[in-house]
Design a protein around this ligand. Structure first.
Ligand code: 5GP
Ligand code: MG
Length: 190
């Protein structure tokens, strides 16, 4: 007998549950922006957005900062297949600007095993910024494989695959205003 394949809507209806609403995210970003502005008071800042996942978060965060802020972007690729998973993530696209002597804040969507953020930090350290800190919206602490903590962190979340507010599954769901766990039946690549 043929089994019926569920069809995704690529909308909130594909979520098992909403973990963080738009309002909860907005409120937390207000307080994160305050923390960051206080910490860099009297200095200027270069924000490095880790594409593509941190794009939505970075856009909202930088508009709430109260310090002179430059923006640059970086992209890292993790190896998807199991045979390559022991390799560190590759820097697929680096900065456009010179960060030597600058106060750099790397902004990422989620800290999971920690491999991506630590590879990005090692890469950026080579450019000799005067300071290098990290900010993540989400932290899955129980998944960590590398000894790394973010300097600024939005929410600790449990170990579930989440999408929305910049986070994707196969490039879908980034546009959702909230964050939620994707139903298992939609975590299947076409
Ligand atoms: P790490 O190198 O820390 O294991 O992974 C970080 C990257 O994995 C994140 O920047 C993100 O792209 C991806 N990732 C980890 N957990 C999730 C998740 O629950 N949902 C989505 N959409 N991406 C995730
Ligand atoms: Mg990412």
């Amino acid at each position: 007998m043929e089994t019926l394949q569920p069809i995704p809507n690529f909308s909130e209806s594909d979520l098992e549950a909403i973990l963080l609403s738009k309002e909860q995210i907005d409120e937390r970003i207000d307080s994160l922006a305050n923390e960051i502005s206080n910490s860099y008071a009297g200095k200027d800042l270069t924000v490095v957005c880790v594409l593509s996942g941190a794009l939505v978060f970075t856009a909202d965060l930088i508009r709430k900062l109260d310090v002179p802020t430059r923006l640059d972007c970086i992209r890292a690729d993790s190896y998807a297949d199991a045979t390559e998973s022991s390799k560190p993530p590759r820097i697929a696209s680096s900065l456009k600007t010179d960060i030597a002597g600058k106060n750099v804040l790397v902004v990422d969507d989620i800290l999971d095993t920690g491999k991506t953020l630590s590879a990005i930090i090692s890469h950026l350290e080579e450019f000799e910024p005067s300071s290098l800190k990290t900010c993540v919206l989400l932290d899955k602490k129980e998944r960590r494989q590398v000894d790394i903590e973010a300097d600024f962190s939005g929410f600790d979340i449990p170990n579930a695959f989440v999408v929305g507010y910049g986070l994707d599954f196969a490039e879908h769901y980034r546009h959702l205003p909230c964050i939620g766990a994707l139903k298992a039946e939609f975590q299947i690549l076409p």
